[in-house]
Design a protein around this ligand. Structure first.
Ligand code: NGS
Length: 266
């Protein structure tokens, strides 16, 4: 049923670790008393949102364990201070997670969204799934019909069929709309379950700066139909700088480069 989400001020990461004794190194879990057929990797793009991450893990670990899934949590941390690129980090997460296990479901997850109901099942379906369809900040309604931001779930096959996500959106906005167009172009019907999420207040993080607005996002969006087959999983370039197995997650720090000197797609 519903989960009452609060943000205990004194919560520490050690306490979250203590509350999750069955989680294995690197934030992985296998149900001890049954064999689950579900293998869900949760991919979280990240930079300077440690407080958000702590609250998300506090809720997410017990939530996923109650669902008796095999799961792993991957934090994909963008190195340096160049403009954040959420969708490219998600592509990196897919590639790196698949090197470790034969995951059959990827949950692409913003760090600031907490599931608010146990009936938000973190498994994949026949069709790609937009999971964060009801958020408190949008009064539990979609902001617009094709909105695909926040949390989404795809099987590896579904993800590869649409050439993954775009690598070219540097800064805030538009990459989720591009993904929605790709889904449409790959002839996927979207599945919108009744998931409910609570967004952590920006000011809780201590660093309330928003990612830089990406001013070319509308230009790129206008071209997705032509560019999606050249920009995505097949053009992904990055360098892993470190991979650490923490108690509650695997942290992969990556250099994803910049858009300086890159030729615009036509
Ligand atoms: C749209 C953005 C999306 C974004 C959505 C919700 O306008 O990337 O707002 O934003 N699209 C473009 O800018 C083209 S939110 O209210 O969560 O800040 O996800």
């Amino acid at each position: 049923g519903p989960i009452h989400v609060t943000f205990p001020a004194k919560l520490t990461m050690e306490e979250v670790e203590r509350k999750n004794p069955l989680v294995l190194e690197g934030g992985k879990y296998r149900p001890p008393d049954c064999q689950s057929t579900h293998w869900t990797a949760v991919i979280i793009p990240h930079r300077s949102r440690e407080i958000h991450l702590k609250y998300l893990l506090y809720y997410l670990h017990p939530f996923l364990q109650r669902q008796q899934l095999n799961y792993g949590i991957y934090i994909i941390h963008q190195a340096g201070d160049y403009t954040f690129n959420r969708a490219k980090l998600l592509n990196v997460g897919f590639k790196e997670a698949m090197k470790e296990e034969d995951w059959n479901c990827m949950f692409f997850h913003d760090v600031d969204l907490i599931p608010e109901d146990d009936r938000n099942v973190y498994t994949c379906d026949r069709y790609p799934k937009h999971a964060s369809i009801a958020m408190d900040k949008f009064r539990y309604k979609l902001p617009y019909k094709t909105y695909f931001g926040g949390v989404s779930a795809l099987t590896p096959d579904q993800y590869l069929k649409m050439n993954g996500f775009p690598n070219t959106y540097w800064g805030w906005g538009g990459e989720d709309d591009d993904i929605a167009v790709r889904l449409h172009l790959s002839h996927y019907v979207l599945f919108k379950p009744t998931h409910i999420h609570n967004q952590i207040q920006k000011n809780l993080s201590g660093t309330s700066t928003r990612n830089k607005l990406y001013c070319y996002r509308f230009n790129l969006l206008a071209k997705t139909r032509r560019t999606w087959k050249q920009d995505g999983m097949n053009s992904l370039e990055y360098r892993v700088l470190s991979k650490e197995y923490h108690r509650l997650f695997t942290n992969i720090t990556v250099d994803i480069g910049t858009d300086k000197g890159l030729k615009p797609l036509r």
